[in-house]
Design a binder for this molecule. Structure first.
Ligand code: SF4
Ligand code: SF4
Length: 394
């Protein structure tokens, strides 16, 4: 069967006509002419389409199946996503397809890491890391994962945490993971540069998008990582998805994704996909990565809007006498209003151990954001989730 014929019948067939809906079906065959664009994920040698599946917020195995049939290869999850249901859903799907037809990445966040400083504590142990990884494998119904990331590292102390690193290397040695890496969305240039210097890491998963205010440092670190042979995977590519809380001004996600892929040192991307129309866009970009002049102009104009995306640059933090974890709270705000995922926002806030209304005692906010966020207003708003039982959100 020719590639295009397979693609048409695959999407319109097994994924389910009712789930795909008329609009997506009508657009699929017409828009997906062209070959899938592949890049090699550094020294792993894995050849991956430039767009992969960020499964984080998806609980729909029909969507995963449609993506797989559409040519996506890498599916990215994590131990903590949806309290484990994300890995379980993927495990159910993986048991229906050949093992060599997909690549799976999962992430384990070491316990006991201070969310304000990113530093480990006595509770950051190999035992807890290994126990979480074992649970992830069983949820995924697999003997091994292709890529295991240390999740959410933001300090040199975590990149070089002897116990955790040794555990990951041992897992690789014993074939329970093929490749090891680190995911980072704060202090990314520092984390990536340290990884490249250490030479033991196969892959980095990093935030990277057109709204970041430290792109020179990001580009340099990514270039260094690729030159060192590391695979580079980009996340947060859609920069929050929306420019406003009310969701009246969308980010042009196709343009944003193409912008990321226009960096040849980025090997693949993992935009979050929760709906078939999003999948449709991502499958199209997987075959056509050229930014149009109009898209470029739109991104330039959008970049100057305040938006919902927090750089996690931490410039605001020293200005807060209470040392609030402002970058994490801003990310939670983006999850709640940009992604419309209050459960994820709640999980993140729980990690920070912030109380409800932490700005109540502050008459005037002395912290300022380089993007112009109303920090006190946003923190007051999002911290209300502290009082909402998680069960009502999940
Ligand atoms: S209002 Fe909130 S964020 Fe601003 S300085 Fe006070 S406690 Fe910190
Ligand atoms: S809130 Fe603003 S200053 Fe603070 S980390 Fe985010 S982008 Fe940077």
């Amino acid at each position: 069967m020719k590639r295009r014929t397979f693609f048409r019948s695959g999407l319109a067939g097994a994924a389910g006509i009712t789930l795909l809906g008329n609009r997506a079906m009508a657009g699929n065959g017409k828009n997906y002419d062209g070959e899938i664009i592949y890049r090699t994920l550094g020294k792993t040698g894995l050849k991956l389409p430039v767009v992969s599946f960020g499964v984080m917020r998806s609980d729909n195995s029909a969507l995963v199946k449609a993506a797989h049939e559409g040519g996506m290869k890498l599916f990215d999850t994590a131990h903590g996503y949806m309290n484990g249901r994300n890995e379980e859903m993927l495990g159910g799907f993986f048991s229906t397809v050949p093992r060599d037809s997909f690549v799976v990445a999962t992430k384990v966040k070491p316990s006991g890491v201070d969310s304000r400083t990113g530093l480990p504590s006595k509770d950051t142990t190999a035992e807890s890391f290994l126990s979480m990884f074992n649970l992830s494998l069983s949820r995924l119904k697999l003997d091994y994962v292709d890529i295991l990331y240390m999740h959410s590292a933001e300090s040199v102390e975590m990149v070089r945490h002897k116990e955790i690193v040794k555990t990951m290397l041992d897992l690789k040695k014993h074939g329970r993971v093929k490749f090891i890496g680190i995911s980072t969305h704060k202090n990314e240039p520092l984390v990536i540069n340290t990884m490249a210097e250490d030479g033991i890491w196969d892959v980095v998963l990093t935030s990277y998008n057109y709204r970041q205010t430290y792109l020179a440092e990001m580009n340099s670190a990514i270039e260094k990582a690729a030159a060192a042979g590391m695979g580079v995977v980009a996340m947060k590519t859609m920069a929050g998805g929306w420019l406003d809380k009310e969701r009246t001004k969308p980010v042009n996600v196709q343009a944003a994704l193409r912008w990321v892929i226009s960096n040849p040192n980025v090997h693949t991307t993992i935009p979050g996909i929760t709906a078939f129309d999003q999948l449709e866009t991502d499958l199209r970009v997987m075959r056509d990565i050229n930014l149009t002049e109009q898209e470029k102009a739109e991104l330039v104009a959008d970049a100057s809007c305040t938006g919902l995306y927090c750089n996690a640059c931490s410039n605001c933090v020293p200005g807060c006498p209470d040392n609030l974890p402002i970058p994490e709270l801003m990310r939670a705000y983006m999850y709640a209003y940009g992604y419309r995922n209050a459960a994820m926002a709640s999980e993140l806030i729980a990690e920070t151990a912030v109380k409800a209304d932490p700005c109540a005692g502050c008459e005037n906010c002395s912290a300022s954001c380089i993007r112009g966020f109303d920090l006190k207003g946003k923190i007051t708003d999002i911290s209300r989730l502290v009082n909402v039982p998680y069960d009502l959100l999940a």
